[in-house]
Design a protein around this ligand. Structure first.
Ligand SMILES: Cc1ncc(C[n+]2csc(CCOP(=O)(O)OP(=O)(O)O)c2C)c(N)n1
Ligand SMILES: [Mg+2]
Length: 616
């Protein structure tokens, strides 16, 4: 272990990034303060960005990032709301499967950030969050302000939906804290972690040597694999099955893993379903992907599940819920009459506060392994060790594929468009383009999900968190900045308006991105809920819009985007105008710009019934 002493010179890894916000006259910065130590360790973790809203509680740490690290590795991503700082980190983490750092001011910044932290927890996104409090030593607090911004056990606000938290009491303890935070955030199942930095510790001069060990020795372990015995057991069950189906749930963003999942499904001739809640997991137009992706099983997906005699869940979010829809009862009470295999490591991350672990499924072969590891093991068994497995499935021959005959807009030229028409226009636009949908809105039809790679779609807000869409989109676009892809966030108008001032960060950071709003001028999801309640109570359904519409006065969505540095033109309300705007937007973004489209649609979802389509 190497011992560093106070006065160490900051290591500067030169990077050819944009030169914005470069501090001047740094000379050779020396590690002299408590917060310099935290910055020094953070630098070694390869955290490229730190999204933040500033605050005096971490002014010491802020100074260390600017004047000790030179605002590089991590580089500051300035945001207009703590919610956006976390949502941007979430969007970034979904793409990269690597944490972005976040810095939040005291208890107030943390409270602002709590909702998207919950969302990142539900998304299983790695994230290293720095917060601050104090000075913990009351004698060093400034009158009034330091007292209101000091809380005892500040992390308790978010402990129920973070993987770990700490408040180190010395620079040396902070070294360990940051290394551990990084390790935990990056270990599957991923999630946010929180380190609360005492303002006193940050601002105190170093008085003794601090040991900063090699961060490589504190790397997370590789994700767990399954015992061979279980692999063989699963293969045997698949071999005996007549109609196996794979529920491709929360899997990795790596192309090699994607390719293996395709080879695996083909090798065992299994039908495949994917969820529109999760990032793209399997080519949606593949011949084995019979039913269109859906949030909760659609009629077609339910029919497939009913047919199946073997269900292999690769960390499917709501396995028991799937059976509930297809069997009409909670799977816990009446277990499905099928062989159920569930591969997941999620069980080690559950707690008693959040029910996001979902209902308990009855499982015949539980596999505690990271799904892509397991798929690789299964493939190895089939392809290398030549363990025989049936792959021809006569029962599947008669099935029709969801993609046969769908995929067209039904709007007449010049007529107002529906969400379906808008979705089909966007589907057409994405053909032969490398597009990443950072988000898609509630009610978006599964038939528009034409995904061909692990970066086609980043999934929705795992926590059902309205207002995260803009931040997620910008975080994803930042991660994909130089990757030659067009990042598009398609958002509801309610989601857009709640998170709208996240857009400024995209302009500030020169992030190429397109945002398209499905503008029904309503919190339409909840109109559906009010309709359902009115129906159940035999009350007037026509009042469902009250307390839901966002149209009087009409908000100028375009002006809000333009005001923050996006290019945009007047709202579009026909499929032809939308198609033209998309083309224009793609040109702007290809040149490194930002483009906004207000796509006005008639209220309504693509197929209906709040149970199938709506969120909470
Ligand atoms: C933070 C938060 N507040 C409220 C809700 C409840 N809610 C769920 S969907 C929704 C409407 C969202 O409106 P919009 O984004 O325009 O989509 P639309 O329903 O119109 O398709 C609301 C208010 C929520 N899920 N999260
Ligand atoms: Mg809406």
């Amino acid at each position: 272990m190497k011992t560093e002493i106070a006065g160490k010179t900051a290591e500067t890894k030169s990077q050819s990034k944009s030169q914005i916000d470069r501090p001047e006259n740094l000379g050779k910065p020396q590690m002299k303060w408590g917060s310099d130590v935290v910055a020094e360790v953070t630098r070694r973790l390869d955290l490229k960005y730190i999204a933040l809203v500033p605050g005096a509680s971490y002014r010491g740490f802020h100074d260390s990032i600017v004047n000790y690290l030179g605002n590089e590795n991590p580089q500051m991503v300035i945001c207009l709301h703590e919610e956006h700082a976390v949502s941007i980190a979430d969007g970034y983490g979904k793409v990269t499967e690597e944490p972005m750092a976040v810095a939040l001011h005291a208890n107030v910044g943390l409270m602002h950030a709590s909702m998207p932290i919950f969302n990142a927890w539900c998304d299983r996104t790695p994230m290293v969050i720095f917060g601050a409090t104090g000075p913990v030593d009351a004698h060093r607090r400034r009158p009034w302000i330091d007292w209101i911004h000091t809380s005892k056990d500040q992390a308790s606000i978010i402990r129920d939906y973070t993987k770990w938290d700490d408040q180190p009491a010395s620079p040396q303890a902070a070294v360990e804290s940051v290394l551990r935070a990084n390790q935990i955030a990056r270990s599957a199942p991923y999630g946010p972690v929180y380190i609360c930095l005492d303002a006193g510790l940050q601002e105190a001069p170093l008085t003794e040597g601090v040991a900063i060990p090699d961060a490589a020795r504190f790397a997370p372990p590789p994700p767990p694999a399954a015992p061979r015995e279980s692999v063989l057991k699963v293969l045997d069950a698949i071999d005996k099955a007549k109609f196996p189906i794979i529920l491709m749930g929360r899997v990795s963003r790596k192309q090699a893993d994607w390719d293996r999942r395709v080879r695996f499904a083909e090798a065992i001739g299994a039908a495949v379903l994917t969820s529109s809640n999760d990032p793209s997991a399997f080519p949606t137009t593949h011949p084995l992907h019979f039913a269109a992706p859906c949030l909760r099983p659609s009629k077609a997906a339910t029919a497939l599940i009913e047919k199946a005699d073997l269900v292999l869940s690769l960390d499917w979010l709501d396995l028991a819920g799937v059976f509930r829809l297809s069997l009409g009862t909670a799977q816990t009470q009446v277990p499905a009459d099928k062989t159920v295999i569930h591969c997941s490591v999620d069980s080690i991350r559950t707690n008693g506060w959040s029910m996001d672990h979902q209902a308990l499924a009855a499982v015949d072969i539980p596999i505690f392994a990271e799904p892509d590891q397991f798929v690789a093991q299964m493939l190895d068994e089939i392809e290398v060790k030549k363990t025989p497995v049936v792959k021809s499935r006569p029962e599947m021959k008669s099935l029709t594929h969801w993609n046969a005959g769908t995929g067209k807009s039904s709007a007449n030229p010049g007529q107002p468009m529906s969400l379906w028409d808008m979705a089909m226009t966007m589907r057409e636009f994405t053909k032969n383009r490398s597009v990443t949908f950072a988000r898609l809105p509630i009610g978006w039809p599964g038939e528009a999900y034409e995904f061909d790679g692990p970066l086609s779609f980043m999934g929705n807000d795992g926590g059902g968190a309205v207002g995260t869409g803009p931040g997620h989109t910008i975080g994803a676009a930042l991660a994909l900045k130089d990757k030659g892809r067009l990042t598009i966030g398609v958002l509801g108008d309610g989601d857009y308006l709640m998170g709208v001032n996240a857009l400024w960060t995209a302009s500030r950071m020169e992030i190429p991105v397109m945002i398209v709003v499905a503008d029904n001028r309503s919190y339409y999801n909840d109109e559906m809920h009010q309709e359902r309640v009115a129906q159940a109570r035999n009350r007037p359904v026509q009042n469902r819009w009250i307390g839901q519409r966002i149209d009087d006065p009409r908000v100028d969505l375009v002006a809000m985007a333009r005001a923050q540095g996006f290019e945009s033109e007047d709202p579009v309300s026909t499929t032809e105008a939308l198609a033209n705007a998309l083309k224009k937007g793609a040109e702007v973004v290809a040149k490194g710009g930002r483009y906004f489209i207000d796509s006005v649609i008639t209220p309504g979802y693509a197929d209906s019934g709040p149970d199938q389509r709506s969120g909470g």
